[in-house]
Unconditional design. Structure first.
Length: 264
């Protein structure tokens, strides 16, 4: 596992965006050989998206031959709903870059056949071979995408009932009214995420410190889904100082020294 410790959220966002651009440019995607990118929603990736927009508009990275798969979507929210992840992605990222609409893949929370929607999503991913880089955030309880504590670490795209912890956390997007937050969602599985060639998790703020401790120093457990990153050959956590406050000092020192030597 690679752990990148930055001073603050802005530095995390800049590092993550530049890494995404580097991976795309190094891949040299074409129409016949696109770069496949897994994308998250929520507050964690907003700064990264803003930086990627600037890089795209400056001509430093192109999304013309990039295919995206988003992690999840609420059940029952139409794409035009201001809190749907379709709306979030379009307004926050997609409408500002040169990505082809046909290359954007998102789960349909309005489907009447959840199982078919999930099977088709998995099949669509496999049709491209694999996701090259899957980016995600992490919840305070260690969930990735909507894979809540207790999720199978080999799970695939499916329907998930959200925990009260997640509902309370997401209420800030619904006028702080937990009654307005959808209680179920479609989500890629932990296994879907870790099938990717590389996985990058963004974690910022002291409220993510416990999740980071379990993800980096704890045992691998379905009660802390982020911990599965320990089993991935190419796992990266991009975090700030505040998110490391529950890690052992020697752990923080180790990862900082490793990165310093890498930069040299």
């Amino acid at each position: 596992m690679r752990v990148i410790i930055n001073s603050n959220y802005d530095e995390c966002s800049s590092w993550a965006a530049n890494y995404v651009a580097y991976k795309i440019n190094r891949f040299r995607p074409t129409a016949d050989k696109p770069f496949v990118l897994g994308l998250p929603t929520g507050s964690s990736p907003i700064g990264m998206y803003q930086n990627l927009i600037k890089l795209n508009q400056a001509g430093k990275v192109s999304f013309e031959n990039v295919v995206t798969f988003n992690m999840d979507e609420y059940i029952g929210l139409p794409p035009a709903h201001h809190e749907s992840y379709h709306f979030f992605m379009h307004e926050t990222f997609f409408k500002h870059i040169n990505i082809k609409p046909s290359n954007i893949n998102m789960l349909n929370g309005m489907t009447t056949d959840y199982e078919k929607e999930c099977r088709d999503y998995e099949a669509k991913i496999k049709s491209y071979g694999k996701i090259h880089l899957f980016i995600g955030g992490v919840g305070t309880d260690g969930h990735i995408a909507f894979n809540e504590p207790g999720s199978s670490l080999s799970s695939r795209t499916r329907v998930k009932t959200l925990t009260m912890e997640t509902i309370r956390s997401n209420a800030r997007f619904f006028n702080n009214d937990i009654n307005l937050v959808p209680k179920t969602a479609l989500t890629v599985g932990v296994g879907t995420i870790t099938d990717a060639e590389e996985v990058m998790i963004i974690a910022s703020g002291a409220n993510k410190a416990e999740a980071l401790k379990h993800g980096i120093e704890g045992s691998i457990s379905h009660m802390w889904p982020i911990s599965i990153l320990q089993m991935h050959q190419h796992g990266i956590i991009v975090c700030d100082e505040a998110a490391t406050k529950e890690l052992r000092p020697e752990t923080v020192k180790y990862f900082k020294e490793i990165e310093q030597r890498t930069m040299k």
